[in-house]
Design a protein around this ligand. Sequence first.
Ligand code: EPZ
Length: 419
Amino acid sequence: MSYYEIQGGRPLSGALAVHGAKNSVLPILAACLLVSGQNVIHNCPDLSDVSATLDILRLLGCRVEREEDTVTIDASGLNRWDIPEYLMREMRSSVIFLGALLARLGTAELSYPGGCELGPRPIDLHLSTLRALGAEILEEQGALCCRGRKKSLQGREVCLPIPSVGATENAMLAACGCPGLTTIVGAAQEPEIVDLQNFLQAMGAQVRGAGTPTVSIQGGVPLHPARYRVMGDRIAAATYLCAAAAAQGEVELTGVSPDTLTAVLACLKEAGCVLRTGSDRIALTCVGPLRGISAVRTAPYPGFPTDAQAILMAALAGGEGATLFEENIFASRYRHVDELRRMGADIQLAGRAAMVSGVGRLHGAAVRSTDLRGGAALVVAALGAEGTTQVSELRHIRRGYQNLDRNLRSLGAEIREIP
Ligand code: EPZ
């Protein structure tokens, strides 16, 4: 089993182009099912979650081609509506295919996506929203059979009690196939939702309001294939910024809008980093140990993103001063804490709270990735630590980071993958 070997203490410096956003491209790839014809998606990152999604599209009958970061998807040959369990288990966010298949074919069959390392991942809001639009969804032995006969699907107002990102995206895709107006009240406002809206608009869909709590879709409008460039990955950007903060140094990221991660930038600034931003670039300089900052409470956008919680924690754990974290989105998103403790971190857990007391410098250790962002956090910690760290279970990291080790080496880090 391969692992990263990282020699800590090397300051980072240089410039890096951030890859396309995983959490934007996944729903956009599912949206390609809505039309016959060839969609061209640029800035598509090379990630295992993306490969899993492309495998599902191929299984459903789509023609899929990839040339570097451009993916071409032609769903003219769509000839299946069922996604087998082995593919659903690859990636829980495959539930996003529900809405797209219902809109295009009026039917979909897939297994429950199951939980993941972050704890239970219910999809009750996805199902209740699609049922509100007229879908008949039967749940049998872990499988979901969805029927949305054309005459039963009908646009209407649907309310989300939790601003679920996935449920908002599923509703937007399903609504494209529901005649009439659908209004999603209580929608998630993440930048990835706006990116999905932009792609749907490029296909001719009448979608408005993404980025606000109310999204409206005029369904039943004829759609056509489109070309689209996916936004930069704001969480990957946060990862590289926290890496530079942990290891010290000066980096400039391009291909990402600072407006999509303002909460993270505010924390890094409070911790002592100097930030300079442009429309699609962020430069960070960090000299000296990070300071403790005011409480970091994860929240739906525009609050502090849960996906950056472990990453910022890893950087602050090796700094000075104390910071209280509160994870309010997922039930089990502190699995990286035990691994950080192996590196000397002083972190006290109490339910959703984690009190991080900076120890001045972490030390190297053999640690295991527990999930995607927890694994990235261990790499961040290792870059600032004294000595050598081995990070294993790299499959988690490959889900969301393209060439993480190569990119960090280009910034001066001493990191290599040991097969
Ligand atoms: C998306 O997951 C992202 N994944 C996650 O990123 C991200 O952490 C999350 O949004 C929150 O921002 C993708 O976009 C592929 P939610 P999603 O539905 O849609 C509860 C990463 O590291 N909930 O917004 O699954 C749920 O349990 C990943 O890149 C229900 O109760 O998240 C959670 O507590 C991790 N019922 C909260 O809502 C539902 O039907 C927010 O989940 C759906 C969700």
